[in-house]
Design a protein around this ligand. Structure first.
Ligand code: IVH
Length: 682
């Protein structure tokens, strides 16, 4: 079909715009449009290309979804070998490294090093010819790797075409493809729910995702890249400092880690190491150390290589996040919804600086797959705040009397039957609120920060209250008096009075918080907000049938059934009634069907920048949107507020320039709390 000139022009324009916004987003980490606006442009281009397939170019931003599977991988020779790095573990080894460098260079002044995180992923080579991505390859053995062009094309932060025009005709870039922590956790959570095998760590997940013959699978995985070196370069000039080369790569749209620093001498390296070690848990991706590279290329050239590693660079490794220890016992823990989670009790061991004594084994299928037995020596892994996990068994060390685990038929806490519904990976105690473990968890959840936020009601206190039968359900909390509380272990008059005050404060809440606090299966914070906004009153929600519930966006048949069953249960109705009698109240509101315009933050536009500590970006967005606010990716005179987390980007400066108010995270949380108080549905 003949493509009209206007369509051809428009598609070229869209492609250029999309490339530009990709560059702003990935390389500069400073988007100028919202995700929704980006999606709209992309959809427009997709529609045009569908109508006129002749328009499709290999570098079109639409060409990232993956294609039909390959039969096998093709081998690729690296003209310039992909080197590896020597490892160092101690300060002394870094002093030795620096001394060798200085001696060989005859240097008197301190050496300038580029210091970078050592990313825990998979090394790849990207080849650009005339600015077009023509090949992606794995490192392989350093000389020969595998062609994975079809897969790297699906990674959103890998540009299919370079920005600008001053790039070399041939540019081979090297970098690490990795899976960020959150993406990894989500991928494993999905696998767990489907009863599938889990990935041991983000590195394996990245490697497994990249070595797929079917690029549609790769496309579905949350992979990212940071570029950290150049390989072959022809017909073009590059700066003479490694740090400057990386800065140049960034101008071409290639993503470079923002943690790069230029430091002086061994002392500068060690300072960087300690700073990164401190920040390790807070980074959104895993790093297993840092890398120091002599910054001057001229010095690099005169230092040269030994075997497969350069003399001008070294990896300084962090303490391992995976260590060996022994399984002393396997016990099951009963959660709020009765789910039985097997937990390995371990010989205490330090993992990345934290002592670990327990690790989750997830469910019976996972234990069987990993074949973990009591007495086994296992690899245990922790990263950041996540619950430590047993990764795998060291079979060579298995004692002959190692005991296999069997899921108990009765709940270890209340003795009720344990069932495992067809097709589910999880076994559950059917005891409900008869089970004191479930009662404790339900009360803890009720009191938690995002629910009714009862300060001072810690885990140990809930244990005592339930075990001494002082309370059976959340409603009983409101009948406790200071005298009773003061008699509990580790409580005095003062903390008892404080807790009583906190209980009193918690009486005034919002419908959304109350719904979340009830702990209905399938109703997290976001769903609670949706329900509150949709119905406006508890009465209306409790009267809704499954069909009505299913009509609400984001509520499927399973959750609809769970919500309906919860409110149909006589015991739950009674607890809700008693909670209201105890004075729990919230402002009712008109259902949102009447229009978002009534929400307290309607007509306000927020821009988020920097890292928030109290919640993820997505949660922050959802909270704002549930109050009627718009969230935009860029600051303009129309922006109402800019919320600046830690390390805010240029958006904060822009806001100041335009006179837009900038809120700290704490100020913003206060504003949210105020808005939520004035609106029932928030
Ligand atoms: S530079 C000649 N920089 O570590 C130097 N490598 O142990 C070649 N890696 O295969 C590598 N982060 O997969 C370099 N900032 C970084 C790195 C890094 C991770 C990986 C890379 C390499 C391995 C060597």
């Amino acid at each position: 079909m003949e493509v009209p000139a206007s369509v051809r022009q428009r598609s070229a324009q869209l492609r250029e715009q999309l490339d530009w916004h990709n560059y702003r987003y990935y390389a500069l980490d400073d988007p100028q449009i919202t995700d929704a606006e980006y999606d709209r442009l992309l959809r427009e281009l997709q529609d045009l290309e569908r109508e006129y397939p002749d328009l499709v170019t290999p570098d079109s931003p639409t060409q990232r979804v993956g294609t039909t599977p390959l039969g096998s991988f093709i081998q690729v020779r690296h003209d310039l070998p992909m080197l590896s790095l020597d490892n160092a573990f101690t300060d002394q080894e870094i002093h030795d490294f620096d001394r060798r460098v200085r001696e060989q260079l005859d240097a008197t002044a301190a050496i300038q090093y580029a210091a970078e995180p050592k990313l825990d992923g998979l090394a790849v080579s990207l080849r650009y010819e005339d600015g077009l991505l023509v090949r992606g390859a794995t490192r392989g053995d350093g000389s020969v790797g595998e062609d994975i062009t079809h897969n790297v094309r699906t990674i959103p932060s890998v540009p299919l075409r370079l920005q600008g025009g001053d790039y070399p005709r041939l540019l081979e870039v090297r970098g690490e493809v990795f899976m960020p922590k959150r993406g990894f956790a989500e991928l494993n959570a999905q696998a767990l729910q489907r009863g599938e095998k889990l990935f041991a760590n983000p590195r394996n997940a990245a490697a497994g995702s990249l070595r797929q013959l079917d690029s549609r699978i790769t496309a579905s995985r949350p992979l990212e890249i940071f570029c950290y070196a150049v390989g072959q370069v022809e017909d073009g000039e590059l700066p003479d400092l490694h740090s400057a080369i990386l800065a140049r790569l960034k101008t071409w749209g290639l993503r470079v880690c923002s943690e790069l620093n230029v430091v002086n001498g061994a002392a500068g390296c060690l300072e960087y190491y300690r700073a990164m070690l401190d920040r390790r848990d807070g980074l959104p991706y895993e790093i297993d150390g840092v890398v120091y590279k002599v910054d001057r290329l001229e010095q690099q050239r005169s230092l040269g290589f030994v075997a497969r590693a350069p003399r001008w660079a070294i990896a300084h490794k962090f303490p391992a996040q995976e260590v060996l220890t022994q399984v002393l016992a396997i016990q099951v823990q009963v959660g709020r919804t009765g789910a039985l989670t097997p937990v390995a009790r371990l010989e205490p061991v330090s993992v990345g600086g934290v002592t670990v004594t327990n690790a989750t084994l997830h469910n019976a299928d996972e234990i069987r797959r990993k074949d973990v037995r009591v007495g086994d020596t296992v690899f245990v892994r922790r990263a950041g705040d996540v619950i430590p996990e047993v990764v795998k068994v060291l079979l060579e060390s298995r004692p002959i009397d190692a005991q296999a685990f069997v899921m108990p038929e009765r709940c270890p806490v209340c003795g009720s039957q344990v069932i495992r519904p067809e097709g589910e990976a999880v076994s559950r105690c059917v005891g409900g609120l008869i089970c004191s473990a479930q009662r404790k968890e339900a009360i803890r959840h009720f009191a938690s920060r995002r629910a009714l936020d009862i300060e001072g009601l810690g885990d140990k206190l809930v244990d005592q209250l339930v075990e001494q039968e002082l309370i059976h359900d959340p409603a009983d909390l409101y009948h406790l008096d200071v005298k009773t509380l003061a008699k509990l272990e580790r409580m005095g008059e003062k903390s008892a009075a404080k807790l009583a005050q906190a209980l009193d404060r918690s009486r005034s809440t919002t419908l959304a918080r109350f719904l979340y606090a009830l702990g209905v299966r399938g109703v997290g914070e976001a769903t609670a907000q949706t329900l509150a906004a949709h119905f406006g009153t508890l009465k209306a929600l409790m009267a809704a049938d499954e069909e009505r519930l299913q009509k609400i966006p984001d509520i499927g048949p399973v959750v609809a059934a769970q919500i309906h069953a919860f409110f149909a249960e006589a015991h739950n109705q009674e607890v809700i009634e008693r909670l209201q009698q105890a004075g729990i109240r919230w402002p009712d509101s008109e259902p949102q069907a009447q229009g978002i315009g009534q929400l307290p933050l309607a007509q306000k536009t927020f821009v988020l920048t920097g890292t928030l500590t109290s919640m993820s970006r997505d949660q922050a967005k959802a909270r704002l949107q549930s109050l009627g606010a718009k969230v935009s990716g860029s600051v303009s005179a129309k922006t109402s507020y800019v919320v600046a987390g830690s390390d805010p980007g240029s958006k904060r400066d822009k806001a100041r320039e335009l006179g837009v108010p900038v809120l700290s995270e704490a100020e913003w949380l206060e504003l949210l709390a105020g808005a939520e108080k004035t609106s029932g549905p928030a």
